[in-house]
Design a binder for this molecule. Structure first.
Ligand code: SAH
Length: 234
């Protein structure tokens, strides 16, 4: 097993497991942005019938939605409680072609290299000790010419103000203590790390929030939260 995990992060997310699918609850932001990430992913490939792994899947918000769009989806996470929640939810919604496994991404990459048409890893890199190791494992999991998608928070003062001060404390959109500024990753750092393991940046988009309408949208502003698409170069 890898040591590339903060036990307190797994505990933090796992302790809120039963709230995961409450669309107005602690994780409402993940529910709100989910259609946007699905839209972005589908701009890069036709996903139906493809095999994908969702790394750091939590309770399966993205994994299950992918499966419902015809993807043969595997969700992995190190939180036992969240894997349980994800499995139960898939049973309730009778979602076929979704599976979950509690396994480290580095281990899965050793076991099943070059096995997936695309890999997603959303809002997870900022919660691990070594994000580079996760990026490398995602690169190893995907087939040649396959796609890897990451979303994370940008290490910019604006992200500190909006993603931590506003979202956690003022608007209380996400639980207090969810994020730590120093773990945020600049797009330039992510693309450099990815390039070193054979992933070439194809596109990047910002997830913007309008506090007046309380809506998220995709846009040019990558200063706070962003999604990036990479292709594995043979
Ligand atoms: N990707 C999901 C959940 C994001 S929350 C979504 O966007 O909907 C962050 C998730 O990362 C939590 O489920 C947490 O358990 C998981 N996580 C944190 N460190 C991890 C690690 N080292 N390996 C796998 N999952 C991890």
């Amino acid at each position: 097993m890898t040591d590339n995990v903060h036990a307190h992060e797994i505990h933090k997310f796992g302790s809120m497991a039963e709230l995961w699918w409450d669309k107005q609850g602690e994780f409402k932001t993940l529910h709100a942005v989910n259609p946007l990430r699905l839209k972005f992913i589908q701009e890069y490939l036709s996903i139906a019938g493809k095999r994908a792994v969702d790394v750091g899947c939590g309770g399966g918000i993205l994994t299950e939605a992918l499966a419902q769009l015809g993807v043969n989806a595997l969700g992995i996470d190190l939180s036992h409680d969240l894997i349980d929640v994800a499995e139960l939810h898939a049973l309730e919604t009778e979602t076929a072609s979704v599976n979950y496994q509690k396994i480290a991404v580095e281990k899965l990459a050793e076991e099943q290299p070059e096995s997936f048409d695309f890999v997603t890893c959303m809002e997870m890199l900022e919660h691990v000790p070594d994000a580079g190791s996760i990026v490398a494992a995602c690169a190893k999991l995907v087939k040649s010419d396959g796609m890897v998608f990451f979303s994370t928070l940008n290490r910019k003062p604006k992200a500190f103000l909006l993603a931590i001060v506003a979202a956690e404390y003022v608007l209380q959109m996400v639980p207090k203590g969810t994020h730590e500024y120093k773990t945020f990753i600049k797009p330039s750092e992510l693309s450099q790390t990815a390039r070193a393991v054979g992933l070439e940046l194809q596109g990047i988009i910002g997830i913007e929030y309008n506090p007046l309408t309380q809506h998220f949208s995709l846009g040019k502003d990558v200063d706070v939260n962003y999604i990036a698409a990479f292709k594995k170069i043979a």
